[in-house]
Ligand binder design. Structure first.
Ligand code: GRF
Length: 198
C-alpha cells in the first residue's frame, strides 16, 4: 500500500468538512492521515472533533505573537514537526503566512462555497456568499477546491461541483445544499492530489 499523505487541517469553525475528510479516510476512499489540526479559534467545534479522534491540535493566534514573522515561523515549525505533506483549509478564516505558502507550493488547498472565480475574495464568506449568489439571480451555485496563494480565493481551481438553484431558494437552503456538495467534493479532490504526490 502507498504510504498515506500526512495532512494538516486548518479550521476556524464547526469543522463539518474536516469530519467529511475523516470519514473518507475511515472508509478508505482517501489515502491520507490527519496529523494535526490548526486553528485560530480555541472554541472551534473542529478542535473537539480532532480531540475525539486522537488528532493533535494547535491553536495559533496571530495577536499572541510579537510579529507576523514569529507567527509564520511557529506555524511552519508545527507543520514540520508533524511532517506534513499537505495542508487543507476547511473553513479557516485567516490568511496563511507567506512563509508557509512559500514552503508548500501547490500543496495548500481551500474549499469555497461558490463557483469561483465568481463570488470570491475578501468579504465573501459564510452567508455573504449565498446572499450574493441569490441577489445576482444566478441559476446555479456549488463548491470549488483551489490552490492557495497569497490572495484570497485566487489560486488555480482544481475542481468544482455545481447544483441548480431552486426557484424558492433562500441563502440558508442554498448554504445547506452547497455544504453537502462540499462534503463530497473535498475528499475526492484531496484523493486526486495525494495520488499525484506519490
Ligand atoms: C465551508 O462552507 C467552506 O466552504 C468555507 O467555510 C465553511 C466551513 O464549514 N470555506 P465547516 O466548518 O467545514 O462546517
Amino acid at each position: 500500500m502507498i504510504k498515506p499523505a500526512n495532512l494538516a487541517i486548518f479550521l476556524s469553525g464547526k469543522g463539518s468538512n474536516f469530519a467529511s475528510i475523516l470519514s473518507a479516510i475511515t472508509n478508505g476512499s482517501l489515502n491520507a492521515k490527519v496529523v494535526v489540526v490548526i486553528s485560530n479559534n480555541s472554541a472551534a467545534g473542529g478542535l473537539v472533533i480532532a480531540s475525539k479522534n486522537g488528532i493533535p491540535t494547535e491553536v495559533l493566534v496571530r495577536e499572541n505573537f510579537a510579529s507576523g514573522e514569529d507567527f509564520g515561523t511557529t506555524m511552519l515549525n508545527v507543520l514540520k514537526r508533524h511532517e506534513c505533506d499537505f495542508i487543507a483549509l476547511a473553513g479557516y478564516m485567516r490568511k496563511i503566512p507567506s512563509v508557509v505558502i512559500r514552503a508548500f507550493p501547490k500543496r495548500i488547498v481551500n474549499i469555497h462555497p461558490a463557483l469561483l472565480p465568481k463570488f470570491g475574495g475578501k468579504g465573501m464568506y459564510g452567508h455573504h456568499v449565498h446572499e450574493a449568489v441569490i441577489a445576482a439571480g444566478e441559476t446555479e451555485s456549488g463548491a470549488t477546491v483551489h490552490f492557495v496563494d497569497e490572495i484570497y480565493d485566487n489560486g488555480d481551481v482544481i475542481g468544482q461541483k455545481s447544483i441548480p438553484i431552486n426557484s424558492d431558494e433562500t441563502p440558508e437552503s442554498l448554504a445547506n445544499r452547497v455544504l453537502e456538495v462540499e462534503h463530497q467534493l473535498y475528499p475526492e479532490i484531496l484523493q486526486q492530489l495525494v495520488t499525484r504526490l506519490n
